[in-house]
Design a protein around this ligand. Structure first.
Ligand code: NAD
Length: 493
């Protein structure tokens, strides 16, 4: 094995914080694909102007990326936890240094408001810092046996991880996979969503620039076919997927063919339960955040809002008034609270759910329409946040994940009733309870079937906390110390 010295490859490159290719990143450099299977046009959601055209990678490119990751693994897995931790902390510092530029690129590609993008990128820096720190404390076990013998239990990396991400938190999704996977000594080939290909490549550049060996983090671009080819690659040890339930099902099926390990972070239809003694101002603020953050394009959003019947009409009235104050506009504008929907197709899908809900008897209390902004934003898809009342649990909009700013307002009479209705979903990603009764709060969250539950707050997920779903919302956990289990395997000696 060659002696590895970080100084051999340290390049302080000018980050390509723009929409220029090439967009694959293999063995320490941006490279054009050699085996393209089509191309995706990437639009800036704010204006719907063409940002770039990204070629989709075929099998030969995937082979190159996986080989690069295998070579990187030979070196990286031999580093001590301390060495890896130090380098991950350096990545965190780099992300913080470039935070504003990366956040602006994320907005350009995703359409979310700039202040949200800043928080996303800050959380990427937090994740590298956290995993850089905790990995230094990862140890095995020494187990005494009979007489003088003993056993050792070592925690070892898995090998090459295939990461596949969604478009709603592009760099954060890449980071939530890369930071813990790399900390444990694995290497990665990451495929971002075809809609948001840009910031994963920036992350790859930053990872390389601190002296992490070439090949440890690679990026390939493409859509469904590229994703499925990556999942099928025999040299990949594990699939770590974030996306929808239908695609997650395909990824898990693919993993089964050669028993790859798999982590799935899928969709949700989370309940937000508001009892009558709650602090209404706080509950309304959290309901807005838990529904309209990132144009509602958030997996953990609490889109089934259950309000106790005794406060329902006052709550609805105040909620509508607060929603009307949200500012729909240019995502780069500091005062914007609702940015642009990711794509025309997605906006139409969201609007279809709203028309379907109306046909089933729901009443639009506010929003749910396309808002045309002055040029150059007139081609962007801006939707007014939608509040639907008169909803029933059996409506499509109440059962399925819309993944847009559509809130279903439901009422309830008793604690048992609301718990039963909240749990009546194939999903189990998140949820929340709003009450001033501490005992009630803990009683209810204990009975709710979800991976993350909040009390009197919503959508808080620092990298220090495990995140993942019950039921069909996923398999495994990201973040917290829990994720280390999912990127390592035990060897008993
Ligand atoms: P998606 O399932 O359409 O795509 C996700 C990724 O999978 C993309 O990169 C896509 O190119 C790739 N892909 C598509 N077909 C594939 C295949 N056959 N094999 C392998 N890869 C394939 O999801 P999306 O529209 O990008 O994202 C929205 C979904 O993601 C929502 O359901 C949302 O709830 C979920 N999500 C979940 C979390 C979480 O942490 N639980 C976080 C963010 C988003």
């Amino acid at each position: 094995m060659p002696l590895y010295r970080p100084s051999d490859q340290l390049v302080v490159r000018k980050l390509s914080l723009c929409e220029n290719g090439p967009f694959n990143f293999i063995a320490g450099a941006r490279v054009a694909p050699i085996d393209t299977i089509g191309e995706t046009k990437v639009f800036e959601p704010a204006t719907r102007s063409l940002l770039c055209k990204v070629p989709c990678s075929g099998l030969k490119d995937i082979d190159l990326a996986v080989s690069s990751a295998k070579e990187g693994f030979l070196i990286w897995s031999q580093f001590s936890n301390t060495e890896r931790g130090r380098l991950l902390t350096a990545v965190s510092n780099k992300i913080r240094y470039h935070l504003e530029d990366i956040a602006r690129l994320e907005v350009k590609n995703n359409g979310k408001p700039i202040w949200e993008a800043r928080l996303d990128i800050e959380s990427c820096a937090d994740a590298f810092e956290y995993f850089g720190g905790i990995i230094m404390a990862l140890t095995g076990q020494h187990i005494p046996l009979h007489n003088d013998s003993f056993a050792l239990v070592c925690r070892e990396p898995l090998g090459v991880i295939a990461g596949i991400g969604a478009w709603n938190f592009p760099m954060q999704t890449a980071t939530w996979k890369a930071a813990p996977a790399l900390a444990c000594g694995n290497t990665m080939v990451y495929k971002p969503s075809q809609l948001t290909p840009l910031t994963a490549v920036v992350l790859a550049e930053l990872i390389c620039d601190v002296g992490i060996p070439h090949g440890v983090f690679n990026v390939i671009q493409g859509a469904a076919t590229t994703g499925s080819l990556l999942c099928e690659h025999p040299q990949v040890a594990k699939l770590s997927f974030t996306g929808s339930l239908p695609t997650g099902t395909k990824v898990m099926t693919s993993a089964a063919t050669n028993i790859k390990k798999v982590t799935l972070e899928l969709g949700g239809k989370s309940p937000l339960i508001i009892f009558q003694d709650t602090n209404m101002k706080n509950a309304i603020k959290a309901t807005l955040m838990g529904n309209f953050l990132s144009q509602g394009e958030v997996c953990s959003n609490g889109t089934r809002v259950f309000v106790h019947k005794n406060i329902a009409s006052e709550f609805l009235d105040k909620l509508v008034r607060a929603t009307k104050k949200l500012r729909i506009g240019n995502p780069m504008d500091e005062t914007t609270t609702v940015g642009a929907t990711i794509s025309k197709e997605h906006a139409e899908r969201v609007l279809d759910y709203i028309s379907g809900a109306k046909e089933e008897g729901a009443v639009v209390e506010y929003g749910g329409e396309r808002v045309i902004l002055p040029p150059p934003f007139d081609q962007g898809y801006y939707l007014s946040p939608c509040i639907l009342s008169n909803c029933r649990d059996d409506m499509l909009v109440v059962r399925e994940e819309v993944f847009g700013a559509v809130l279903s307002f439901l009422t309830f009479s008793s604690e048992d009733e609301v718990i039963c209705r909240a749990n009546d979903s194939p999903f189990g990603l998140a949820g929340a309870v709003f009450t001033n009764d501490l005992q009630q709060a803990f009683r209810v969250v204990r009975r709710l079937e979800a991976g993350t539950l909040w009390i009197n707050t919503y959508n808080i997920y620092p990298p220090t906390l495990p995140f993942g779903g019950y039921k069909q919302s996923g398999l495994g956990r990201e973040n917290g110390t829990a994720v280390l289990e999912y990127y390592t395997q035990l060897k008993t000696i």
